[in-house]
Write a protein that binds this ligand. Structure first.
Ligand code: ADP
Length: 472
């Protein structure tokens, strides 16, 4: 298993062993690189940029759509690799591959619809235009929680725009990235257009920000690493897109359909074992329905089948590694000692081989607790209560994060007010699953900069050039 640079599979003198978080067994060894390999990949991308940008959008899009078909042809194999490397249930892993292919296909189609603008001039002899041109070589750094779709959500629009790319995948899921690059190869992507450098995060990341050939960095990961990369990128005034942490509120008013709300909390909290940046982090339940809501949520959560994701019956897999497991438990134990109570769960599953945490519901959680502020990347649903709409809006917005907010109510006027007042880049009203390839995904405040998806996602990889032509 190797790096992929300029259309060649490359070995290095270092390897790393990947561990299955459900069993703690080895999934395979991969070769790893650092600064030199990153630099070589950047040069290859720079050479390929000359021809890739000169192709028509239609030609580029056709190749991207071929690659999407290649992904779907091996959906089961890639899904199995996702489950082995990071633990999510195989049925969700298949869903992830399908979603990744859908992103790629949409961007492939969008490649032929990258328009410029014509601006009315104040002088009849002038013609004013805005051209959209690919920004150049881009660096992409992706996380492990969606190890396939995150790659294509970045490289899909970048390649559609005419950019070429160097990808550094997460250290725990490199073989998923290798599977994606095999599809690039089979789908006919020209050499050098997309390059894969697995290995030393800091060294590769620093080469991506310091090498002046790289014109844009797109990153998904923790807010701290994002801030560090923003500082590094400022040196060359490199353009950036950042998808960082979240702390999604999930607000349930007493007029909501309770079954829908409960099922949606289960979906948004326990999918991926709670390890997504748009996972529900704070459940605000209006006081009149709190007991009924907790009871129904506990029943639904206790029915979840926790185990190895390769088992078709598994609803929830392990956490990604031991550190993640301890971080989640630490947050829960701190909340309990600060006065929260256990509705269900709240412990490490010692009887299993891997990094499993019991699906947990906590009640009596208050705003001062650690869990109310720090992102929970795990299967823990903390219930807060509120009285009025005004109060809950203020509390829901009282965070440095601003990625995703959910709200359940059957009052249309209230829905409209909530839509306007929630300070989040994305808001789902009675909708726990709003994300689609053709809509902008991204956050406000410290949750990030820029958008992935939709037309804005493609424009993130383009420069606008204003041209004025004066005729005689
Ligand atoms: P998580 O805690 O979810 O793993 P990270 O922000 O640590 O989130 O990781 C997201 C991605 O950022 C991974 O690909 C990781 O290897 C990479 N990364 C971590 N630290 C750095 C760094 N200093 N420079 C560049 N990339 C980094």
């Amino acid at each position: 298993m190797t790096l992929f640079i300029n259309g060649q599979w490359i070995k290095t003198d270092r390897t790393e062993t990947i561990i299955n978080p459900a069993t703690k067994e080895a999934v395979g060894d991969v070769y790893t690189g650092g600064k030199d390999e990153a630099s070589e990949a950047i040069n290859a991308a720079n050479d390929a940029f000359k021809t890739w940008k000169a192709m028509t959008g239609n030609e580029r899009g056709t190749i991207l759509i071929n690659i999407a078909d290649e992904l779907l042809n091996v959906k089961n194999d890639i899904a199995t690799m996702i489950t082995k490397e990071m633990g999510k249930p195989i049925k969700d892993a298949r869903g992830e591959v399908a979603s990744a292919a859908a992103y790629l296909k949409w961007n492939g189609e969008e490649a032929k619809r990258i328009y410029g603008d014509v601006i009315p001039a104040l002088d009849s002899k002038k013609q004013l235009m805005v051209l959209r041109q690919p920004i150049g070589v881009i660096g992409a750094i992706t996380p492990w929680n969606f190890p396939v779709s995150m790659i294509l959500r970045k490289l899909g629009p970048a390649l559609a725009a005419g950019c070429t790319a160097v990808l550094k995948p997460a250290p725990s899921t490199p073989q998923c990235a290798i599977e994606v690059f095999k599809c690039f190869e089979r789908g006919g992507l020209p050499s050098g257009v997309a390059n894969l450098v697995i290995g030393d995060a800091e060294a590769i990341g620093t080469e991506m920000t310091d090498n002046p050939i790289v014109k844009k960095l797109t990153f998904t990961g923790s807010t701290n690493v994002g801030k560090q990369l923003m500082r590094q990128a400022s040196e060359n005034v490199q353009k950036i897109s950042m998808e960082l942490g979240g702390h999604a509120p999930f607000i349930v008013f007493d007029d909501a359909n309770l079954d829908d709300a409960v099922n949606s909390v289960v979906g948004t909290k326990f999918k991926n074992s709670g390890q997504t940046c748009i996972s529900t982090n704070r459940i605000y339940v209006q006081n009149g329905i709190k007991d009924e809501f907790s009871k129904r949520l506990a029943e639904a959560v206790e029915a979840l089948n926790v185990g190895d994701g390769l088992d078709e019956n598994t609803d929830m897999g392990p956490l990604v590694n031991e550190a993640a497991l301890h971080k989640v438990d630490d947050q829960v134990q701190k909340a309990l000692s600060a006065g929260a109570s256990t509705v269900t769960g709240a412990s490490v599953m010692e009887n299993k081989d891997g990094f499993f945490y019991t699906p947990t519901v906590l009640a009596d959680v208050t705003d001062g607790m650690n869990i109310a502020k720090e992102e929970t990347f795990g299967p823990v649903a903390p219930i807060f209560t509120f009285d009025s709409e005004e109060e809950v809006v203020e509390r829901a917005n009282n965070t440095q994060y601003g990625l995703m907010g959910y709200c359940f109510t059957n009052d249309l006027s209230r829905s409209m007010r909530m839509m306007h007042q929630l300070e989040y880049g994305m808001v789902g009203i009675n909708d726990p699953a709003p994300i689609v390839p053709h809509a902008p995904f991204g956050g406000m405040k410290e949750s990030g900069i820029g958008r992935e998806g939709g037309t804005s996602g493609v424009h993130e990889f383009m420069e606008e050039k204003f041209v004025s032509i004066k005729t005689s």
